[in-house]
Design a protein around this ligand. Structure first.
Ligand SMILES: C[S@@+](CC[C@H](N)C(=O)[O-])C[C@H]1O[C@@H](n2cnc3c(N)ncnc32)[C@H](O)[C@@H]1O
Length: 287
């Protein structure tokens, strides 16, 4: 059987098993291609080149076993491969941290935050950093800034450390443990990025198993999803410089956000998932 036939076969198995996507891929074919190429030790962009290669019996068995594991455990593929990709960059991943997929990464890559930044922008905070991916992408996007990355979870911070070292950024990214902005008491930033836990409790109860394989504290935001965000917006002014901005991801919680903060002036940033999932607040908008 060729590589492409194998991927199609495993894709059909994922499809009929009803696994859920959303942790780096959006469909069964891409997920199967990822798992098969990874298991064979081939680069993830090498499908066209190797599509007609015949696979041996041992290779087929090994691929099948990995897809069996994906179906049986419902773990996201990234937890099985130990790696996830965001904006073309590889990140180390394991079950101590959520699989990185923040839409803020798109804003960093596309430069959609840049026009709002104070000049100069020197200090950036990635609050709720998880595996450190946004801190790494921010440091690479703006070579002149220093970045603090904070999280409540020591487990997540251990994974962030792996990624900071993996990308050679230990000199420019500092790690801080603590609850919200208390982790960086007394510090002010020109930019705060935050992809917090924001899933409301009704949505939490309906999450597919793949999402329940991730740390609950990375997702659960209380009844209306805004528990963390309320505290963040209360405390943020004390951590922003005069012309600073805060960029916040809220996923599908716009209605809850607007109910919680009806008078707050925000700018919605465009993303591939729509124009109402990532917002920006200027320091001057806080009363
Ligand atoms: C949605 S994840 C985002 C992770 C990462 N920034 C990303 O985009 O992949 C939310 C993160 O917030 C952290 N977290 C949850 N409650 C927190 C709190 N009270 N203070 C700081 N971090 C918290 C979780 O450990 C998790 O790593």
């Amino acid at each position: 059987m060729t590589l492409i036939e194998t991927i199609e076969q495993q894709s059909a198995r994922l499809e009929s098993a009803g696994v859920s996507f959303g942790h780096g891929t959006t469909n069964a074919f891409d997920e199967a291609a990822w798992l098969v190429l990874w298991r064979l030790g081939l680069p993830l962009d090498a499908l066209d080149e190797h599509a007609q290669r015949e696979l041996g019996t041992a290779e087929l068995a090994s691929v099948r076993a990995l897809v069996d594991e994906r179906i049986a455990t419902r773990k996201p593929a990234a937890y099985l491969t130990g790696e996830a990709w965001l904006q073309g960059l590889a990140f180390t991943v394991d079950e101590r941290a959520i699989v990185p997929r923040s839409l803020i990464a798109e804003c960093l890559a596309e430069g959609s935050i840049d026009a709002f930044l104070p000049d100069p922008t020197r200090r950036v905070l990635d609050l709720c950093t998880g595996n450190g991916s946004l801190a790494v992408l921010a440091a690479l996007a703006w070579p002149e800034v220093v970045v603090d990355a904070a999280d409540l979870s020591n487990d997540a911070l251990a994974v962030a450390r792996l990624n900071i070292d993996r990308h050679g950024l230990a000199e420019r990214i500092g790690l801080h443990q603590g609850d919200g902005l208390a982790a960086v008491a007394g510090r002010r930033y020109d930019l705060i990025l935050c992809n917090p836990p924001y899933v409301n409790s009704q949505s939490m109860a309906a999450l597919p198993a793949e999402y329940r394989a991730e740390p609950a504290m990375a997702l659960a935001g209380g009844v209306d999803g805004m528990d963390f965000v309320r505290t963040l917006l209360r405390d943020a002014p004390n951590h922003l410089t005069e012309h600073a901005v805060l960029v916040l991801e809220i996923g599908h919680e716009r209605s809850h956000f607007e109910r919680a903060f009806p008078t707050l002036d925000v700018v919605w940033l465009p993303t591939s998932a729509g124009d109402d999932q990532v917002l920006l607040i200027a320091r001057s908008s806080f009363k």
